[in-house]
Ligand binder design. Sequence first.
Ligand SMILES: C=C(O[C@@H]1C=C(C(=O)O)C=C[C@H]1O)C(=O)O
Length: 456
Amino acid sequence: MEPLRGEEAASRTSARGPVVSRAVELSSAPPARAVLGGAEAPRLYWAAPAEATVVGGGAATTVTATGDDRFESVRAAADDLFATGDVHAGTLAARPRLFGGFAFHDDHAGAPPWVGFPAAGFVLPETQVTYTDDAAWLTVNAAGPDADAETVERRVEEERERLADLPDPGPIGPPPGVTSRERTTSREAWRESVTAATSRIHAGELRKVVLAQALRTDLDSPVSVPDVLARLGETYPDCYRFLVEPTAGDGETDTAGGFLGATPERLVALRGRTVETGALAGTTGRGDTPEEDEWLARELMDDEKNRHEHELVADAIREQLDPFAASVAAGERRVRRLATVQHLETPITAELERDEHVLTLVKALHPTPAVGGLPPDRALETIRETERFDRGWYAAPVGWFDAAGYGSFAVALRSAVVRDATATLFAGVGIVGDSDPDREWDEVDLKYRPMLDELE
Ligand SMILES: C=C(O[C@@H]1C=C(C(=O)O)C=C[C@H]1O)C(=O)O
């Protein structure tokens, strides 16, 4: 992907079709960690609850866009790309898909560590290995006027052989170790920001705002991304685990670094006219014993502040879906227990009135008040005035979509940008009227844990 800067006029690169794509079922499933380890840049990884896992390598083509219309621009470019095609997938899961994401803010500047990350960037992988419940598939994609079926079919055979001969990656290595760390926000500055936000809330200017921090770390050695993702899969099997690696420049294989994480939060999934989303907001820790865990979970369910924080999110999501939906249904509020935290969660489903592209829903929902706030414009203004670092793609939509406009997007939380022997982690908390700065500080620390545990 080209490095696009915020100051450039809104633009898009129109990836050129046609797409030529062939898929074959593999006789045995190569370990995802080995496939990722041997993949060409830009690499990608996507593993989500009740979805096929995908490992990608190389870029058959990329789609990038800037500005507040970046969602529509990506969709238009993808529609052009997929308009003509010669696609033989064999199964739904092995169809060619565009993987990538968006910057949180409309005016994404791409400040470090986000240099090379466009405001919107998607990759059609050259090779895509898809793991369904009972099979593994290899898809090879090519795009552009020179793409031809014969070459793609030859590449399928070459890749099939390469995958069959992949070396055993051996045991997962230990985390690299952290040599230094630097928070973007001091405790003093945090207290001031949270107090300023709660004052605005009491004054009636704001109802909720999500404030975040970044943590820059130097490591003993570069991160092994395949190892990190493998371990995150063991610790957070119910979370969305992702890796995206925008390339630093056209035709270059060097990437701008990798953005990866294990987020519990689904933004939206669309298949046919069925939409799945949910509210995830309100947080407490884990106990040392099952009894303590239960006690914390009950306290979270009953706590006035957390319930209020959560209900604002659930109500807003229902309202944001309403214009598109023939029906919207919210499930029972429940506690979602993860290895490091517990959250309040309300599953929400909808049936659409007419066919929609998943990116239309992504635009309508992003940012939910779980990562932005209410009212949305004032919350975003408060975030911009308060935060002293670039959110980049943190807390923004990351995921995939296909030619039919079906897709799945998560909210990129519990995440970090890694490059060489550095990692920058991000975490935020919802601030409402009775938020206490020190408790919120501790919650930020809890939300660093999934990534920090992989580094130190
Ligand atoms: C903003 C983050 O998490 C979000 C905020 C939550 C909260 O304030 O309780 C809970 C889950 C997420 O919606 C993060 O992990 O960085």
